[in-house]
Structure formats: structure tokens, C-alpha cells
Design a binder for this molecule. Sequence first.
Ligand code: 3EB
Length: 327
Amino acid sequence: MSINSYVDGCSYWLSHEPDSPGTLDHDVLARIHYGTDLTATQDPRQINVALPQMGGAPVAEVWRSRRSVEHGWADGLGYAHNGEVLFGHVRLDEPELVDLVRATTRAYLRIDLLLRQLGYPYWLRMWNFLGHINHGEGDAERYRQFSQGRHNALALKPGFESRLPAATAIGTQEGGMTVYFLAARDPGAQVENPRQVSAFRYPPTYGPKSPSFSRACLKQWTDARHLFVSGTASVVGHRTLHPGDLLAQLDETHHNLEALLGQAGALEPAAGPFRAAGLKIYVRPGHDHPELLPRVRRLFGDQVPLLCLAGDICRRDLLLEIEGLFT
Ligand code: 3EB
């Protein structure tokens, strides 16, 4: 089964396709393989993320382009672009993460340099996968160190808190860090959630430097739009609600997503309601529940393409996180 989400007026789109290894078509910008079986390839458009898929036949996240795609490697970063958007990724193995704060800052600065050199200076969306994300106590927790390193890099940009990309940060059972990202020639609009304190304003109880991401990024193309929605969880204000209760966290997350879509919709009232082109659901390993997927279907609709992954959420009391692309 292949579910495409075509958007007119922009030259690329997301589809979830059967996960079969092989050479990539010319029109592929990026293909993200989720699973612990690595697919070895030198193609810079192929991205591997070591998270097991849950339930059903495995699918890959594939971003395709209607314009011709150029791709390559630069400074160890893989990239592909089509004149409108750029996908890229970088992989750091565990030995490179001894000083995680510094390693993250350097990785983010390398990404920024690549984006400026290739002419796509506007960050839209970042996906961060970090091994053992909850290891370490207090501010030595790996997630908090990652956050600090990311902040150190992004805060170098003047006015950075009004140009933050949407983001996901999820833990893997394997070590190392994989970051993949989407950037554009022209900026998107940052969207925040009225039910949530902006992550970049979280109090220091969540770490010495607040997480540098926006709740969503709205990109207006010629006559179409993409709303990149960050990983969204059961956080209201800045607190976790319903610790230990997966289904209650799902309901709260749905509530948060509705509020966010309302906020984004107010930016372009004439464009009508947003529709989910694809959702990704992350569940902390060992916390799956037979009622989860039926309830997701009830809340978000039978037809929405889903990708369910077993991964650690960056706060220890969170069991679930949902991200998505809306049009
Ligand atoms: C939260 O709302 C949940 O640090 O990049 C969600 C999405 C979360 C992205 C990140 C963290 C990040 O704070 C955690």
C-alpha cells in the first residue's frame, strides 16, 4: 500500500511506502528507513534510524520531488535538493559524543554552514535521534546536554527565537546520534501552542538551556502549504500531565494538536482546516497498549497514514509523542 499526499503548488511531497531496500528512484529527495536492520548504501538520500516499527507491514518515509533532484556529500553530511527544498542528514557515532554538548553544537554548526553554502538558509524541520536519551542524572542527562548544545549553536543567530524550526527529539536503544532536516530557500512561519509554554521559554527545571524548537512551522508555497508539526506530547503549560497513563496522554496530545492547528489556521483563515497527510507516533518501549491504535484511528480518522515507532521520549514521564505533516 502506498499513500501519497500530493500537494499542488509545491514541488515535493511525503509518502509512506513499503519498506523494501533497493536503489532509489530519481525523484526521491530522502528515504528514511526505520528499523534496527541497517540498509547499507552510499546514496546520500538514504537515511537509517534505529527505531523498531510497531504493528503492520513496515513502511518507509519517502519524500519525493516533482523537480529534478541533485544530491551529494559534503563534510560528511548527505544532502539532496530540488531548487525549493533541501533534505540533509548527519550521523555521529557514540565515540564522537564523549562531550555531547560540544558535539551537538558542532553538528548544528556544520548543518548551518551546509545550508548557507547550498542556498537553503531557512530551517523548517529537524529530526533528532539520540542513543540512550534519558541516561544521566539531572543536568547530566543526555537529552539536556543535547538541548544545551543545540541552544549554543542556534542562539548565535540574531532573533533566533522567532525563526526556530519544528523538531522531534527521540531516543534510540543504539548509541550515536542521527539528525536529519529539511530547509528552504525562503522562510516558514513559526507557530506556538496556546496550551503550552513555548519550549524555548521552559523554566530551568527542565535543563540549563531550554529546548530550541517551535511547536510547528507553516510553509506557504506558491499555492499550497505544509504545516510541519513538532513532536507533541502530554505537556500543558510546561508540565507533564497523566504520568504513567498512555491513553490519557494520547487524549491530551490530541487536545494539544487541535489547539495548535487552530493557532496555525488563524494565520491563513481563508485556507480552510488542516488535514493530516501523515502522522508518526512514538511510544516508549514496553508501553504499547492494545487500545492505542484503535483510539488513534478514532481521534485522527481511519484514512490517515500512520507510522508507529518504539522510541524513548525525551522526558522520562512521557510515554507517547505524535508528530505530523498537515496540509
Ligand atoms: C515537549 O513538549 C516534549 O527537544 O526537539 C518534543 C519535540 C519534545 C521536540 C526537542 C522535545 C523536542 O517538551 C518533548
